[in-house]
Design a protein around this ligand. Structure first.
Ligand SMILES: [Fe+2]
Ligand SMILES: [Fe+2]
Length: 187
């Protein structure tokens, strides 16, 4: 998205961290909209959140994680902020597990609300909006820890383990993935 245009190769960390901030703002907006029981705007923001998180996760799965794990194991020296190879692999497995959780919870939110899109019973809608809110809060809470782990560790490994040329390729690929959001969401 616009926040990561024109960045230098070394700024892989900032590009992904900026995207975290944008997703976080979107979650706050969605929660406020759910609190106002604004069903239509909640549908739109729910879809946008799903799409934004999906492209972010895809960029990490397809570009970031393989770039780290393709570094020769001998370079994982286990000091100076660089983990041992097995530690890096375990951390990335954990992050992947979180990603599955995020998409599963957001999928639930989509399904809960989809059932209600044609209903007009106020009490039923209200209860379902609360169910959605619970799912979004779960995502928000786990995302906070997840993003901290990425920003304080995983993203920084890129600068320590990859050459400038490889970082340059990586940032271009990440940018491509994050910008590759369906046009209807590109606001
Ligand atoms: Fe992630
Ligand atoms: Fe991330």
């Amino acid at each position: 998205m616009s926040a990561i245009n024109n960045q230098q190769p070394k700024e892989v960390v900032r590009a992904l961290a900026d995207d975290h901030s944008e997703v976080d703002k979107l979650i706050h907006k969605l929660l406020a909209t759910l609190d106002q029981e604004n069903k239509l705007q909640s549908f739109e923001l729910r879809d946008l959140l799903w799409a934004r998180l999906a492209v972010h996760i895809r960029a990490e799965h397809l570009c970031l994680f393989p770039s780290i794990l393709e570094v020769p194991p001998v370079n994982f020296i286990g000091s100076g902020g660089i983990p041992k190879y097995q530690e890096a692999k375990s951390a990335i497995d954990l992050l992947r597990h979180d990603h599955d959780f995020f998409m599963r919870e957001l999928g639930k939110a989509v399904n809960i609300m989809r059932k209600q899109e044609t209903r007009s019973d106020h009490e039923v809608i209200r209860k379902r909006l609360l169910d959605v809110r619970r799912s979004i809060v779960k995502v928000q809470s786990r995302l906070e820890t997840h993003n901290r782990l990425e920003e304080n560790h995983t993203y920084k490994w890129v600068n320590m383990l990859l050459s400038e040329a490889k970082r340059s390729t990586l940032i271009a690929r990440i940018r491509h993935e994050i910008e590759n959001i369906p046009p209807r969401f590109n606001v």
